[in-house]
Design a protein around this ligand. Structure first.
Ligand code: CLF
Ligand code: SF4
Length: 298
């Protein structure tokens, strides 16, 4: 757990409920679903719903404009003293839809200069946006990385849109992989604490592949690796290109995390696979209680 002894790093994680298992008992995050568009296809994602970079599939998040989002964040900050982090995690890709994400952050910063900002992305559009995110003091960045081997990748991501062109198959996943690694390297070089989420899909990327991902991202200075289970309930809409794939059992998930984290490397184990509009402590959503749609402005 080396780097947590660094006071500057500790300062950045001590109030972040995802980056510190301890902090999730005391601090809350709020997601604002301002980024509806996405530039890749994940076979576990139903595009009508939310990005599962961070979110439970099969739920439709409340989408806001940047202005609405900033207003709602101010309302929550006034009513939820534990609020320490605001993140954009969809419902599409927060970095592909960078204009909206950055505008939202600028508006939030004017009202809440001390809040921590967090972003989740598939990484395809990341290399060019690292600087703009860093300029806004985004210290926490999550990239979803599910494969290194293009054979494996092609089973998970059938196509991408890059440079105004659609790419399919191995060519698509080769580009996505290169961009994810470049984005990760640039973000680490910019001083961000980068977390990698990997969706564990039995029979596709479990075993050697997930271990290879873990090695590759650790070699590039990732702060935390979060291996999350595929959610394969058909009612959640995740079956499309992964027809017949089941979620890992809790024992399989534990074993995969154990195999990667055995030498003390940082593994996240308390992820709740939040919705793109989640508000509150992890696992205890306050959306209904706060009734944000009808809340008076602050
Ligand atoms: Fe949100 Fe993600 Fe930031 Fe956390 S969630 S953008 S890092 S503030 Fe956290 Fe939720 Fe797991 Fe994400 S528990 S899904 S890891
Ligand atoms: Fe869906 Fe997110 Fe994948 Fe885009 S990156 S296809 S929104 S899971």
């Amino acid at each position: 757990q080396g780097a947590t002894h660094d006071p500057a790093v500790w300062d950045k994680i001590k109030e972040h409920p995802c980056y510190s298992a301890e902090a999730h008992h005391y601090f809350a995050r709020m997601h604002v679903a301002v980024a509806p568009r996405c530039n890749i296809k994940c076979n576990y994602c139903n595009r009508k719903f939310d990005c599962v970079n961070e979110s439970r599939p099969g739920v439709v998040s409340k989408r806001w404009s940047p202005e609405e989002a900033a207003e709602k964040v101010a309302v929550v900050a006034a009513r939820v003293p534990q609020l320490s982090v605001v993140g954009v995690a969809g419902p599409g890709d927060a970095v592909f839809d960078a204009r909206k994400t950055l505008e939202t952050f600028d508006l939030i910063r004017r009202r809440l200069p001390d809040i921590r900002l967090c972003v989740s992305t598939n990484g395809l559009a990341l290399p060019e946006q690292v600087e703009a995110l860093k300029e806004r003091d985004v210290d926490h960045l999550t990239i979803t990385i599910n494969y290194l081997d293009p054979e494996v990748g092609a089973e998970i991501h059938p196509w991408i849109v890059h440079n105004r062109r659609k790419w399919v198959g191995r060519e698509a996943v080769r580009i996505l992989h290169e961009r994810q690694m470049e984005g990760l390297e640039r973000a680490v070089a910019a001083g961000m604490l980068v977390k990698v989420n990997s969706v564990l899909i039995p029979g596709i990327n479990d075993g050697a592949e997930i271990a290879a991902v873990n090695q590759a991202v650790r070699a590039r200075g990732v702060f935390l690796h979060n291996v999350m289970p595929l959610i394969s309930d058909p009612s959640h809409g995740t079956v499309f290109g992964l027809e017949g794939r089941r979620a890992p059992t809790p024992a399989e998930l534990d074993a995969a995390r154990e195999a990667l984290g055995g030498d003390g490397a940082r593994m996240m184990r308390h992820c709740r696979q939040c919705r793109a509009d989640a508000v509150g402590m992890l696992g205890a959503d306050l959306r209904d209680e706060l009734d944000l749609e009808n809340a008076a402005p602050v």
